[in-house]
Design a protein around this ligand. Structure first.
Ligand SMILES: *Cc1c(COP(=O)(O)O)cnc(C)c1O
Length: 389
């Protein structure tokens, strides 16, 4: 047994997705962890239980998922929540009134809303700066800074933030660095190995990967931090249920294979759009002319399945027409599922960010965002061709 465990600690990523932190279930040897649909556990005497007392605190299916999270992020302690935002909420509860957070000015709309509409009222201060230039981060750091919140690639402008440079910047300071790894997924980058303290996912996206579950993940490597997060997870109670834990665990088993195809298809589509005379600009970190291409190359294994573009003329109406004409790409919020989706950030995912603020970071009304799925890329290109005209 010990030998087997040792082997599982050293797995390569493409095996960790399938086996990481997992062993066949004890009772009957089930290879997949059963869906333990229970709120409570029998005790033989008060406190006499088998490690599980109440399902807000622990549930065996959720525990299996949390171990998988830790394994694919090369961390030690994983936590599963009811959504990506519930996971973020837990991180912010590590802070106290007066503490300050620095984040990027083209942050995911839901994160921005959580920061400015909920936690600002609890006395936390926020600075939003263009983080793809570390000088802006240095300028915003002061004695009250307690957390740097990184999202890379950013959504939907596809800016790349240099994780290692920020880790260097705050070395020796009492500041945590957390990375929202939703867009890249653990297949493409593992922020903890670059020195980040916390990695967060909306597992709703690539990790679960099939657009059938909403779930959030946190992974850390330090015991003290893990204990504080575990306390918040149990005390605040924003956990996910056993069925959703199971679905996410199942999704993760094919993460590496799906990601390879997402990346391949997105590269082909990015190049197709870039050569199309009706398109003005394509935002994809794989282009050599992308302003942060070198950082992308150094910290990412591949360039991911997401890209954004604007048409020539860059007007709102033509963008709306294109997303309405698409047939195989579904017009919908979210990303990271096997099927291709198109979105109009200004009116959908990023509507909660004021227009002036959106446009400062380049998020104009004409911007279209694609989550490139794993279909046959020829069908995806044909759909884009007919929609762009
Ligand atoms: C979707 C998303 C979130 C929020 O996650 P939910 O699971 O929807 O709560 C956070 N960050 C990014 C980058 C996202 O795309």
């Amino acid at each position: 047994m010990a030998k087997k465990k040792h082997m599982k600690d050293k797995l390569h990523f493409n095996s960790a997705t399938i086996h990481g932190g997992q062993t066949p279930e004890k009772a009957y040897g089930a290879v997949m962890p059963p869906i333990y649909q229970t709120s409570t556990y029998a005790q033989t005497t008060p406190g006499g239980h088998q490690g599980f007392e109440y399902s807000r605190t622990h549930n065996p299916t959720r525990k299996a998922l949390e171990k998988s999270f830790a394994s694919i992020e090369a961390g030690k302690y994983g936590f599963a929540f009811g959504s990506g935002l519930a996971a973020m909420d837990a991180i912010l509860k590590l802070l106290k009134p007066g503490d300050e957070i620095i984040s990027t000015d083209d942050l995911y709309g839901g994160s921005y809303r959580l920061f400015t509409k909920i936690f600002k009222d609890f006395g936390l201060g926020f600075h939003f700066v263009p983080m793809n230039n570390t000088e802006h981060i240095s300028a915003a750091i002061n004695d009250k800074t307690k957390l740097i919140w990184v999202e890379t690639p950013t959504n939907p402008m596809m800016n790349i933030i240099d994780i290692k440079a920020i880790v260097e910047l705050i070395r020796g300071k009492d500041i945590l660095i957390a990375v929202d790894n939703t867009f890249a997924s653990s297949y493409i980058q593992q922020p903890l190995t670059m020195g980040a303290d916390i990695v967060m996912h909306s597992a709703t996206k690539y990790l679960a990967g099939h657009s059938d579950v909403v779930l959030g993940a946190l992974v850390v490597k330090e015991l003290k931090l893990a204990e504080r997060i575990g306390f918040i997870q149990n005390a605040s109670g924003a956990i996910c249920g056993p069925m959703d834990s199971y679905l996410t665990l199942r999704g993760i088993k094919t993460l590496h294979v799906r990601m390879q195809r997402h990346c391949e298809n997105a590269a082909i589509i990015a190049n197709f759009l870039n050569e199309n005379s009706r398109i003005q600009k394509v935002y994809w970190p794989g282009f050599e002319f992308h302003p942060n291409h070198n950082v992308a190359k150094s910290q990412m294994k591949d360039f991911g399945g997401m890209l954004s573009f604007i048409t020539k003329g860059a007007d709102y109406e033509s963008a709306i027409k294109i997303v309405e004409r698409l047939k195989l790409f579904t017009l919908a919020e979210s990303l990271g599922g096997v099927e291709s989706l198109a979105g109009h950030p200004a009116s959908m995912t990023h509507a909660s960010i004021p227009k002036e603020q959106r446009e400062k970071s380049g998020l104009v009304d004409a911007l279209i965002r694609l989550s490139v799925g794993i279909e046959d890329v020829r069908d995806l290109i044909a759909d884009l061709k007919q929609a762009i005209g």
